[in-house]
Each structure stands twice: as C-alpha cells, then as structure tokens.
Design a protein around this ligand. Structure first.
Ligand code: MG
Length: 418
C-alpha cells in the first residue's frame, strides 16, 4: 500500500467517523463495501458477544480450490456484525458437525475479540478428537472468522491487528498445477503452465500427487513433464516440483538432483512422507542447491517445530485453512524465525483462504517469495460468485485487500441461502 492511498483512506475514515452515519469503506480496487458505522462498532466492542456460529457449503462445499464449492464459517454477534472464515478439509458435513456441534458451545456468549482465549478453549477441549485433520481444519475456519470479525469491529485490516506490514502490499504468486499422478497429459500440463506464464506469473509448480501409497512409482514420468514444461516456458521461469510425499529418501535425492541439474528446478516440495521428519532430513542434507519445502500437513506449532528440527526444510508451507487458523500460523512463523526459515503458505482455497494468507504474509518478517495460486479464474463459475469483491491478481502478483478484516465482503444472503 503506498503512502498516498493510506492517507486518502485515513482521511476517508476520519470524515466517516465525524459524520457518524452508516458508511462505506473500501479501496478503489474493490468499490464501495457496506460497513457498520465506526461509532457503533467502537461502542460495542467492550461488551460484544458471540450469538451463533454457522457453517455454509455453497456450491457443494467440497473445499475445492478453483470452481466448485467452499466451506465457509460465519461467527455472528449481538451487534449484528459477523466475521467470516473458510475451512479446508474437503468435507462440509464433518466441518458443520464439529463447528456447530462442538465449538459453538465454547464460544457463544464470549467476546469475539478474545481470539487467543477462544482458540485455547476450542483446541484443548477437543484435543482428544484431533489434533490434526478435522479438528485443525474446523478450528481454522472459526479462527479466521474471529480475526475478520475483530478487524471489522475495529475497522482495520487483519495485518494491522498482527502488527503492521513488512510487505509493500503485494505478494508474487506461483501457478500450481496438479497432474493427478501424471493422469493429466503432458500437453495439458504444458498448456496450463504457459497460461500462467503468459498471464505474468514468474513461477510454476508441478504437483505429482503420488502420496505414500504409490511410493517410488515405477512409471515415474516426472522428468518427462518437467522437460516439456521447461522447454515451453523458457529459462527465466522458476520451476518447482511437489513430490507429494511419494518418494523414499534415496529416490527423492536422486530425482531432486536430476530435476535441478537437467532443468534447474530449484524448489522440491514434500519429497518424502510427512510422517517421518528424519527421512526429510536426509533429503535436506543431500540437496544443497535446492529449496526443500514441507509443512502443508503440519497442523500445529508442535508439529512444525519437529519438522524444522529434524526435517531441516528451507521453507515451511502450512495452510491457514488447515493449520488451526491465523493464530497458529503466526506462532509457526515465529518458530520458523528462530531457525531463519521462511514461510510460504500452502494455499488452495480461493477467496477467504487466500485473503487470510495474504493478511498473514504481510505481517511476517520471514515470508518466502511466493504464494500459491491454483486457479486464476475469478469469474461466475468460481467461488468469487459468492462475494461482492475480489482479490486483485494482476500479472502474477496478488495485492493485499485493504478493507477491514480480511478485506473481502461475502454476499451473506446468497451464502446463507445456499
Ligand atoms: Mg504440496
């Protein structure tokens, strides 16, 4: 955000507060977004109370990244202000059961601004049902909604609540392409890679989606795909490969060297199982010239601490919609900072998930260079059809939303009806 836009926004807020009437706050990028009056929100914050928590699954709720559905959480208050969050996890039914059936009893009647206290209540009272997977994905949705709500009440973006911005308001994106264990044809993989590059992206990641149950596939076509994509996009584009946990340490070292030496693949993500941090440590020790990325299946600060100590990745990539929300992601970033390791969030949830990752990244001293982008489609078939505004993505760069909270305005009526 540049200084002049900050000044104009400040002036606008000052005038709105003086007028004391219902107003609209929004950056010029997103148009005018209806908001509660600053006077009403400030007066209400001391005794604000949560009245209900709802889960919606518009579009089917599959948690898909691009089109398809989403799993959204609304935390409601007695002041009529709501905060919105998003869960990953791919199962809207489970998320609803966990959030409306469990977390709701922890937080209804509480002040939503007490985010860390509420996080503790939700996490520790259900630790025996987790701590990974369903618990952490459900908690992510509620935690993001609480940060959004607090931002709306105080009329500031979340990155301000987190202590301000290290970034200038923009984050480079990388295009992320899942090949479904090479079920996608080479031609389609090349076409999608070129599509990202022609749109201005400077980095593309190819995901093999092997997983542990196809360990060291004998029909491994990774080199063929990397060769074709490198030839099509040229030498300047940064290439990443995601092994999706499907290699033994020895095979990962062998493949990582080939990717790097033949095609200058400088990032190798999840080369080995996420369940064995020492295996990752063997790969990290062997591949000196490649960034080893891991952590998208670390759901808590304890797991990320073990990953860093024994797996020795260069970059961690937990996901704000999976890893217990902004609160825990911020703690993970601090742990990474102790080891001078960077965070590059895994991010496959369009709309709220992306906005939450951008808000967090803006406030971190140790962000990596890129944020994941699985789809450039923000049209009528994308999740943005449930929102009044969009995150700006231009020439491969995300721009931080500037409105209060997440900076995204859900079409609440549409989502509630879905
Ligand atoms: Mg990955």
């Amino acid at each position: 955000m540049n200084e002049s836009s900050q000044n104009s926004r400040r002036d606008f807020l000052k005038k709105s507060a003086l007028l004391g009437v219902a107003t609209s706050v929004g950056s010029p990028l997103f148009g005018q977004i209806p908001r509660a009056t600053p006077a009403a929100t400030m007066a209400g914050k001391a005794d604000l109370k949560i009245t209900d928590v709802k889960v919606y699954t518009p579009g089917g709720g599959a948690g898909a990244g691009g089109g398809g559905g989403g799993i959204f959480v609304e935390v409601m208050t007695d002041a009529g202000i709501s905060g919105w969050g998003q869960c990953s996890g791919g199962d809207g039914v489970l998320m609803r059961q966990f959030i409306e059936g469990r977390f709701k009893r922890n937080i209804v009647g509480e002040n939503p601004l007490a985010i860390r206290k509420l996080w503790d209540l939700m996490y520790y009272e259900h630790h025996d049902l987790g701590p990974s997977g369903t618990l952490s994905c459900a908690l992510s949705g509620v935690d993001i909604a609480l940060w959004d709500l607090t931002g709306r009440v105080l009329n500031v973006p979340i990155y301000r609540l987190l202590g301000g911005n290290f970034r200038d308001g923009s984050v480079k994106a990388y295009g992320s392409i899942g090949t479904n264990r090479w079920g996608m044809t080479v031609e389609e993989c090349v076409r999608r890679s070129v599509e990202f590059v022609e749109a201005g992206f400077g980095c593309v990641k190819l995901r093999w989606q092997i997983r542990e149950h196809y360990l060291n596939p004998i029909d491994d076509r990774g080199l063929e795909y990397v060769a074709a994509v490198r030839k099509a996009v040229g030498d300047k584009v940064v290439l990443m490969v995601d092994g999706n946990n499907g290699y033994s340490p020895q095979r990962a070292i062998s493949m990582g060297l080939k990717y790097y030496e033949k095609y200058n693949v400088t990032y190798f993500e999840d080369p080995t199982s996420d369940q064995n941090v020492e295996a990752l440590g063997m790969v990290s020790a062997a591949l000196d010239h490649v960034y080893i990325v891991a952590g998208e299946m670390c759901y808590t600060k304890w797991q990320i601490n073990d990953l860093i100590r024994f797996g020795k990745p260069d970059i961690i990539n937990p996901d704000v919609c999976k890893s217990c929300g902004i609160t825990e992601m911020d703690r993970m970033a601090t742990i990474a900072q102790l080891y001078q390791i960077q965070m590059q969030p895994h991010s496959t949830m369009q709309t709220i998930g992306t906005a939450a990752a951008l808000q967090l990244l803006a406030a971190l001293p140790n962000p990596a260079e890129f944020l994941e982008c699985t789809s450039m489609d923000m049209g009528p078939n994308s999740l943005y059809r449930f929102f009044h505004n969009k995150i700006r993505l231009e020439k491969g760069v995300f721009y931080l939303p500037e409105g209060p909270g997440l900076g995204l305005e859900p079409n609440a009526d549409l989502i509630r009806r879905s």
